[in-house]
Design a protein around this ligand. Structure first.
Ligand SMILES: [Zn+2]
Length: 273
């Protein structure tokens, strides 16, 4: 039997972060760490998806540390890698949201965006997808590599096949190792089930999984496309009362303009002006 050290999922914050062109210069903290699993309460995955400017991104990195490497000290990374990661996480969540909505045209759009956002990893297994008719020129067993080839395949495929491709992407997207964490107090041990996370990037993907597990779907405002921040999205369709109001007002105007010609017609019938 081996004796292991305590397993933890601590991750460093950054003491300072700045940009120079496409370079992100981070001073990774030695002492200021937080627990990746516990940070789920603060929804850093939702925070990252909602970032819109470089200054917001710097604030995020200062608070939650580097995405991939945790060695303390000064590091230079590429700013574009951070935005690419954000895009791929956002595109994945968008794909889940489109699949939940069930509109096949939306699923097609979302899966295409997802492939573009995860270009480097884009490989699909064709095995198990039934080719027929005009799709027969794609191999029935094999792989398609590269974002462009896969987007071409999708553009030429019928909806049901695009649905199968989307299912394949989602089912093969994320896996994590599971474990226990045990903390001891003076009187008892507390045992928790938790994932083993290799770093912040993996933790953010796990949080999307955890949202699905807890049935807290991430969804986007139909007015402006921004992520809806309230965790229980069953009760919120819009990002803000303003956008809910704007959409309701537009619906009302539409119904009103549909009603007016009808009213006019019925008034004419009854001889009213
Ligand atoms: Zn909105």
């Amino acid at each position: 039997m081996q004796v292991h050290d305590h397993v933890n999922t601590l991750w460093p914050r950054c003491d300072s972060v700045k940009t120079e062109g496409d370079q992100l210069i981070l001073r990774v903290s030695r002492g200021r760490c937080y627990d990746l699993v516990d940070s789920y309460r603060m929804s850093p995955h939702r925070q990252l998806i909602g970032l819109r400017s470089a200054s917001e991104l710097l604030g995020f990195v200062r608070a939650f540390g580097p995405l991939f490497f945790s060695e303390p000290g000064v590091r230079t990374e590429k700013l574009s890698h951070y935005w690419s990661f954000q895009q791929s996480l956002k595109a994945f969540v968008f794909l889940l949201s489109a699949m939940r909505g069930g509109e096949l045209a939306e699923v097609r759009k979302a899966v295409t965006e997802y492939i573009k956002a995860t270009e480097a990893e884009a490989v699909i297994e064709i095995r198990g997808l039934r080719g027929s008719g005009r799709h027969a020129r794609f191999p029935r067993v094999g792989r398609v590599f590269g974002a462009k080839a896969i987007c071409d395949l999708i553009a030429q495929s019928e909806d049901s096949r695009v649905g199968q491709i989307a299912i394949g992407f989602v089912e093969n997207s994320f896996t994590a190792e599971l474990g226990f964490r045990v903390t001891a107090s003076a009187r008892k041990f507390h045992i928790a089930a938790q994932p083993r996370l290799l770093g912040l990037a993996e933790a953010l993907r796990w949080m999307v999984w955890q949202d699905v597990h807890d049935e807290r779907p991430l969804s986007f405002c139909p007015e402006c496309g921004s992520l809806i921040k309230v965790l229980d999205a069953r009760f919120r369709k819009f990002c803000s009362p303003e956008h809910a109001h704007r959409s309701a007002a537009r619906d009302w105007r539409r119904r009103d303009s549909e009603r007016k010609p009808r009213l006019k017609r019925s008034n004419q019938k009854e001889g009213r002006p």
